[in-house]
Design a protein around this ligand. Sequence first.
Ligand SMILES: Cc1cc2nc3c(=O)[nH]c(=O)nc-3n(C[C@H](O)[C@H](O)[C@H](O)COP(=O)(O)OP(=O)(O)OC[C@H]3O[C@@H](n4cnc5c(N)ncnc54)[C@H](O)[C@@H]3O)c2cc1C
Length: 398
Amino acid sequence: MDLSFADADLAFQQDVRGFIAANVPADIRRAQSLNPSVFSEPDIITGWQKALHEKGWAAPGWPQQYGGPGWSPAQRWIFETECAHAGVPSISPMGVKMVGPVIIGFGSPEQKNYYLPRILSGEDYWCQGYSEPGSGSDLSSLKTRAVRDGDHYVVNGTKIWTTHAHHANRMFALVRTSDEPRQQDGISFILIDMKSPGITIRPILTIGGDHEVNQVFFDDVRVPVTDLVGEEGKGWTYGKYLLEFERGAGIASARLRAALNTVSTLAGSEITGRAVEDPDIALRLSEIEIDIDALEMTELRVLSAMQNGENPGAVSSLLKLRVSEIHQAVTRLGVDVIGHDGLVVEPMRPLHTLNHKPAVADQILPVMPKHLNGRAYTIFGGTSEIQRDIISKLVLGL
Ligand SMILES: Cc1cc2nc3c(=O)[nH]c(=O)nc-3n(C[C@H](O)[C@H](O)[C@H](O)COP(=O)(O)OP(=O)(O)OC[C@H]3O[C@@H](n4cnc5c(N)ncnc54)[C@H](O)[C@@H]3O)c2cc1C
């Protein structure tokens, strides 16, 4: 692999830097630096998404005919790396990275014409309705039922751990449309208007004090049959296809490296009494940096393959596993670097809208919340045990 950049790539890098400088003001960067989660609150990302959309850069992974920018893997790497190092908020992956590829791959022409532009512009904000109480790892046992009634499905049941359902106006959901001997064969993939009568959203606060996830209840919710994606009963295939994009179709290494740099800077500062002088901290900084280098090489390999029209495949499970583990190693190191300051608990959220002066500096404030929030990395998107299972079967062929 030739890892040196061509002149055109270096020129592109300058373009990206200029674009970020012009479109991401300091207050947004501060808000992002205080964000404990992988998801940014919608108010942080609205302006950035609008700017990306106007520039034609909102969906780096999409084919050009649907609004993708037609970047090479090198350009995608440059873009993600520059965004990560500049502390730019991530736009929600649920639309661009998750349901978008499914609609492109399996949606009707009408669905493509209607939904894809609204994903690019940010007009629609999506949430993912897969998990249910009792159906997480064992997703194919899901019970939320959609019964055909004329031109509609009538949906009853509940989804849980639904990230940002309280912000979303759209949900993509796996629902049971028939009972088949093989559970997977009775599942369909539908698109639900979250403003439909019969939907109730109950907030769930997680260990770090964040309101990100919810339980969503459906009572006789009517969904037009035109919002079924692909064929009835094929939802399991589309749902798994989406998970490949959710788990690995990007450059997570760039944001991990930026997060490690933040911890490294803190460790070298007087605020932490120069924690880096502790040999254990210095060693862990180096070990994590090597892990990120290795991850980055795999991500580039997958990106190159996707450039030729392939989907990520089972290697996405490997990426998801490593990203989760490295993220937790970085946030855990952050907690050890700040020492007792980690005991200062700021219960209000979001941290960038606090209306009082916190007891610790801005650099310290999000460290413990990020660690606590980050415990979920090895659970959401499929647990680490499930990823290991997929890797052993589909990557190693065991
Ligand atoms: C913060 C957060 C956000 C989330 N966001 C969403 C979302 O937006 N939309 C959505 O649909 N879901 C979401 N989820 C749900 C997530 O996908 C599930 O929590 C996850 O798939 C695990 O399912 P479960 O919680 O039912 O745990 P279980 O499946 O009950 O697992 C419990 C434990 O058993 C282990 N286990 C289970 N089966 C096996 C097996 N076969 N072999 C070995 N070990 C096994 C698991 O690894 C885990 O340690 C989110 C979860 C979290 C924590």
